[in-house]
Design a protein around this ligand. Structure first.
Ligand code: ADP
Ligand code: MG
Length: 234
């Protein structure tokens, strides 16, 4: 599939510049992100930690170009998302971003491999190539052939999270955004998922941002940033 974007394909990762986001709050506005700036280079695994309500999911939604900030810029591979048309922004998201949300939105009726093949269909990838890539990615996140043929309810929480990660990688994203990937897992399985994210960040050279309120799982990350009341600090 040819890119609908006109920018060069240089992968420079993610940058947020002075991003402020507010939500309506009765008569007033609630400031969820307050002048947040952040740069994540390709191959860099950054964790953002902070208590519930500090703005972590809002940060990811803005970085994912799903929410438009009141002020500031979001750059994906140097492309200013706010300057694009809605159509071009959707294309940017599809071609450059991998997103793993807090709730796994796997489709109940599909097997693990089919969760990835749905995307191939959307992208117009040739079926045989798509299947080979889906199987390779699922194997690389630790799901063998028999697991690849299971539906979500036949997989453990950790295995479902692996499917989510493989699915996010399917489109060869530059930027990988991960929201609380370990919140439903015990400590050991959570640690395995964070190790996996560190591996995929190196292997796929993604600019990876993982947000979490769990400070116990940060041994594998390159950098930890702290979020409090919508503000980010190193
Ligand atoms: P975290 O992910 O760190 O728990 P969030 O980004 O979800 O934090 O929330 C940050 C703040 O914004 C919180 O005060 C939350 O209540 C508020 N908030 C989040 N989403 C919305 C929304 N859609 N409308 C209004 N307020 C919201
Ligand atoms: Mg959250």
């Amino acid at each position: 599939m040819t890119s609908t974007l006109t920018t060069p394909l240089t992968r420079t990762g993610l940058a947020l510049r002075g991003v402020t986001l507010t939500y309506p709050d009765g008569e007033q506005r609630l400031t969820a992100l307050d002048e947040v700036s952040l740069e994540v280079a390709p191959g860099e695994f950054t964790a953002v930690v902070g208590p519930s309500g500090s703005g972590k999911s809002s940060l990811l939604a803005v970085a994912a170009t799903l929410l438009r900030p009141d002020r500031g810029q979001v750059l994906i591979d140097g492309q200013d998302a706010g300057a694009l048309s809605a159509k071009a922004r959707t294309a940017l998201r599809r071609e450059r971003l991998g997103i793993v949300f807090q709730q796994s939105n796997l489709l109940a009726s599909l097997t693990a491999v089919e969760q990835l093949l749905v995307l191939a269909d959307l992208r117009g990838t040739r079926p045989r190539q798509a299947r080979a890539r889906a199987e390779l990615l699922l194997a690389s996140v630790g799901l063998d052939e028999s697991k690849q043929r299971r539906r979500p309810h036949q997989l453990s929480g950790g295995e479902r999270q692996r499917v989510n990660i493989a699915r996010a990688l399917f489109g060869r994203p530059s930027v990988l955004l991960v929201d609380e990937p370990t919140s439903a897992l015990d400590h050991e399985r959570g640690a395995q998922i964070v190790r996996l994210l560190a591996e995929v960040t190196r292997e796929h050279s993604t600019a990876t941002v993982m947000v979490t309120h769990d400070q116990a799982l940060l041994g594998e990350v390159d950098r930890v940033l702290k979020m409090a009341d919508g503000r980010l600090r190193g």
